[in-house]
Ligand binder design. Structure first.
Ligand code: SF4
Ligand code: SF4
Length: 339
């Protein structure tokens, strides 16, 4: 493991030095709040944030992307450039979520490989920023994460007053630090102690949910009337799924002009929408919101455990913070777990 310290004001210099020709993404204070965007200078970067509203999954799995173009009968696949990326500042919960998306978009379950996602992921260096003060809606420690978790990150960074302590967590992270070694100062004992104390403090403030045995319980209560109660206030807006870093459902549509030329486009979709499961026959297996919410919960806490061995929730709290009717997935899980 390599460690090194830089001044915050030197962050862009460090990232651009190590990046070479790679694109650098970092958190910026955008029009709609904190978001991840390609940056070109230090003043664009913000470190004053709990987490971004939209998760950084869109860097690897864009909300809308053209898969193919067609003209008459000829179909041409759009080649995603195998460009190298550095993504700085994603929170540990979101870094963990990338390991789950990797399982879906690689062939880990023996199903299919998604070349569009994988080409972006293959050459990405993920530099995660440890949380100092988790939000009241965060619960990463209840679902296997931590405010200073390293899973999914190549480097974990601690924010210490006017400095940043970098700690590599993978060979790729170590190589990154070697490339820019001239800019790092040695990490002193007081830096390491401050980082450790910060990590402990952040963890201590987290609420703890007892999710032991949840999968077995939700599997048994599929028909329970409680699902109606849990979902009564849901508007079906889909915000929870769009903002979730692990949700990965998409739709594919063709857009065509009068000459028969067009695009095949992939766009994010949501299990909370009535048309999501509408069959060509007109039959819809999930006609009401109870069925759709049950699918969301079962998918995250049961089906992905069967398919990939993991709960697909990293406790980022976005679905709680941005639900327009204050539905709290922690309350739902607590209720289901008591059945
Ligand atoms: S954000 Fe809230 S209201 Fe909207 S679909 Fe999700 S749970 Fe329902
Ligand atoms: S279900 Fe909610 S808390 Fe869990 S990862 Fe998705 S948005 Fe975050």
């Amino acid at each position: 493991m390599a460690q090194g310290v830089i001044k915050k004001e030197d962050l862009y210099r460090l990232l651009s030095t190590a990046a070479g020709k790679k694109k650098v993404y970092a958190p910026i204070d955008g029009v709609g709040g904190i978001e991840f965007a390609e940056i070109h200078e230090q003043k664009e970067i913000t470190l004053d944030y709990s987490n971004s509203k939209l998760s950084p999954k869109s860097i690897f799995f864009p909300q809308r992307e053209v898969l193919c173009t067609f003209a008459d009968d000829a179909l041409e696949e759009v080649q995603t450039p195998k460009e190298a990326l550095i993504v700085f500042g994603i929170r540990p919960c979101d870094a963990l979520s990338l390991t789950y998306l990797d399982k879906v978009f690689s062939d880990s379950a023996g199903r299919f490989k998604d070349p569009y996602y994988l080409k972006r992921r293959e050459n990405a260096v993920i530099i995660s920023l440890a949380c100092k003060e988790p939000r009241a809606t965060c619960f990463c420690t209840s679902v296997g994460g931590s405010p200073s978790g390293k899973e999914g990150a190549d480097i974990l960074v601690y924010e210490l007053a006017d400095k940043l302590l970098f700690e590599s967590c993978s060979d790729r992270g170590q190589d990154f630090m070697k490339t820019a070694s001239v800019l790092f100062k040695q990490a002193e004992e007081d830096h390491k102690t401050a980082a450790k104390e910060q990590a402990e403090k952040a963890k201590d403030g987290m609420p703890v949910l007892n999710l032991n045995g949840l999968k077995e319980r939700v599997d048994k209560v599929f028909e329970d009337p409680l699902w109606d109660e849990i979902t009564r206030n849901c508007l079906g807006c889909g915000a929870c799924t769009y903002l979730c870093p692990t949700c990965h459902c998409f739709d594919i549509t063709d857009e065509e002009n009068r000459k028969g030329e067009g695009y095949r486009i992939r766009t994010w979709d949501s299990c909370q929408y009535p048309l999501f499961t509408l069959h060509a026959s007109g039959h819809n297996p999930r006609v009401n919101k109870k069925q759709r919410m049950r699918q969301r919960i079962m998918h995250k806490y049961s089906y992905t455990v069967d398919n990939y061995g993991d709960i697909f929730c990293v406790g980022c709290g976005r679905c709680i913070l941005y639900c327009p009717v204050n539905l709290d997935i922690r309350d739902m899980l607590n209720t289901l777990n008591k059945l």
